[in-house]
Ligand binder design. Structure first.
Ligand SMILES: [Zn+2]
Ligand SMILES: [Zn+2]
Ligand SMILES: [Zn+2]
Ligand SMILES: [Zn+2]
Ligand SMILES: [Zn+2]
Length: 258
């Protein structure tokens, strides 16, 4: 999205890397004789001469002889030189924003990594109608002061806001979301209350059952005590009351299970 960047890239696509880009003047055997640049994706042909892959393929569309020694060459006898390519990629280059003030030097392989974050890269203001070119390091400052600043409402209502309308903007989506979040908290509170109520109900039921059991056993023990007291003394009466007590306890257990 910025012009010097594009023109620079497109000039590179044709052949090798610009010699001026490198911190140290590259060795002459790293230069492609077709484009006069530093070898980009170097390939070796049958006669052992080396060229950029793109350069030699373009050359061979016209003639199948080596541009150096005129010996016959063919695509089937062409080898990519990976090691050479790797060592070229490690050569240090100057930042192409040197004129704007960048003093950084990076390995050729990191060129894109650096330029996509270089503080001295020219950027075009993204707001339509502005057209200002600012260095990346100044872009935030420009963003604050740009007269063409526009932004879609961040709440997603679809209204395009400028600085004035941003302050005055009464967003229905914002109200909607606030209302929705209120309803959400109310729903959570209601659910918590319902859970609490259920817990209380179940413990009440438990207590009711316990009370029932206690009442039942009280009634039964009163019923068992009544006839046991009337006969008074006598050894046979003692054994009789013991027998009735044991039968009452078996009654209790059967009623509790139901
Ligand atoms: Zn070349
Ligand atoms: Zn040759
Ligand atoms: Zn830079
Ligand atoms: Zn602007
Ligand atoms: Zn809005």
């Amino acid at each position: 999205h910025n012009d010097p960047f594009l023109s620079h890239e497109s000039s590179h696509m044709i052949g090798g890397y610009e010699v001026e880009l490198f911190v140290d003047t590259p060795d002459h055997d790293l230069i492609c004789i077709i484009c006069r640049g530093v070898l980009r994706c170097p390939v070796r042909v049958a006669c052992n001469h080396i060229f950029c892959k793109r350069c030699i393929l373009q050359w061979m569309r016209r003639q199948e002889t080596c541009p150096c020694c005129r010996k016959p060459i063919s695509q089937s006898l062409m080898f990519v030189m990976f090691k050479l390519s790797k060592s070229i990629s490690r050569l240090p280059i100057k930042c192409r924003n040197e004129q704007q003030g960048c003093r950084a030097t990076v390995p050729l392989s990191d060129e894109y990594l650096h330029s996509s974050a270089c503080p001295y890269e020219w950027l075009l203001c993204p707001h339509p109608g502005c057209g200002a070119r600012v260095l990346r390091k100044d872009s935030q400052e420009h963003e604050r002061t740009c007269g063409h600043w526009r932004q879609l409402c961040p709440m997603g209502c679809g209204v395009l806001l400028d600085r004035d309308s941003q302050v005055r903007h009464n967003c229905y989506r914002e109200l909607q979301q606030r209302y929705e979040s209120q309803r959400q908290t109310q729903r959570t509170i209601a659910a918590a209350l319902r859970r609490k109520m259920l817990r209380m109900q179940s413990s009440m039921n438990h207590m009711r059952r316990q009370i029932g059991l206690i009442c039942e056993s009280l009634e039964l023990s009163q019923g068992a005590e009544g006839p046991g007291e009337d006969p008074g003394e006598g050894t046979s009466a003692g054994t009789g009351s013991r027998a009735s007590y044991s039968s009452s306890s078996s009654n209790t257990s059967s009623s509790s299970s139901s």
